[in-house]
Design a protein around this ligand. Structure first.
Ligand SMILES: CC(C)(COP(=O)(O)OP(=O)(O)OC[C@H]1O[C@@H](n2cnc3c(N)ncnc32)[C@H](O)[C@@H]1OP(=O)(O)O)[C@@H](O)C(=O)NCCC(=O)NCCS
Length: 131
């Protein structure tokens, strides 16, 4: 396995998500093996997830990300995710290790994407290249 992604269609654990994004599925646990990064695999996993959610009738998708995680934030922004206006929230992260399961909390910004808009906005640097 060189990467994984997790789709959550149940009500969110976090109250703020349930209140502001009712019925909106979450993308979680996106991870690509460091040896395989910057080859488009994260993007492939995200786009495959979005296609699956569209087929299942969802019109939006959301995810939480630590804003210090610049690589991930840039990936999501490239894919037309927009940061919501309700501030950062505390989220829970599950860790499944051979030695056992534990949960940590982290502060995340929430990004949301409308799945019904098909056109992908050009990236700023692509735009410059095109000029
Ligand atoms: C974030 C992560 C999933 C990206 O996976 P990836 O397969 O490298 O992603 P892609 O190759 O599809 O990259 C897509 C875009 O993301 C951004 N990006 C990814 N890695 C980056 C880096 N090291 N520096 C800057 N931008 C980066 C770029 O915009 C990139 O597009 P480009 O290569 O055309 O510039 C991977 O770095 C990872 O597993 N990180 C650790 C786990 C994690 O932080 N997950 C997200 C939790 S919210």
């Amino acid at each position: 396995m060189i990467g994984h992604i997790y789709l959550w269609e149940e009500p969110a654990d976090e109250k703020a998500l349930r209140a502001n994004l009712r019925g909106v599925p979450l993308i979680m646990n996106l991870w690509v093996d460091p040896e395989y990064r910057r080859q488009g695999i994260g993007t492939i996993l995200m786009e495959a997830s979005e296609r699956r959610l569209r087929l299942r009738g969802h019109r939006r998708v959301a995810l939480g990300v630590d804003t210090e995680n610049k690589e991930a934030v840039r990936l999501y922004q490239d894919l037309a995710y927009i940061r919501w206006e309700h501030g950062e929230i505390e989220t829970h992260r599950d860790h499944f290790l051979p030695t056992g399961h534990f949960v940590t909390t982290e502060t995340c910004a929430i990004f949301v994407k409308c799945l019904t808009e098909t056109a992908r906005p050009p990236r700023a640097d692509h735009h410059v290249q095109a000029l």
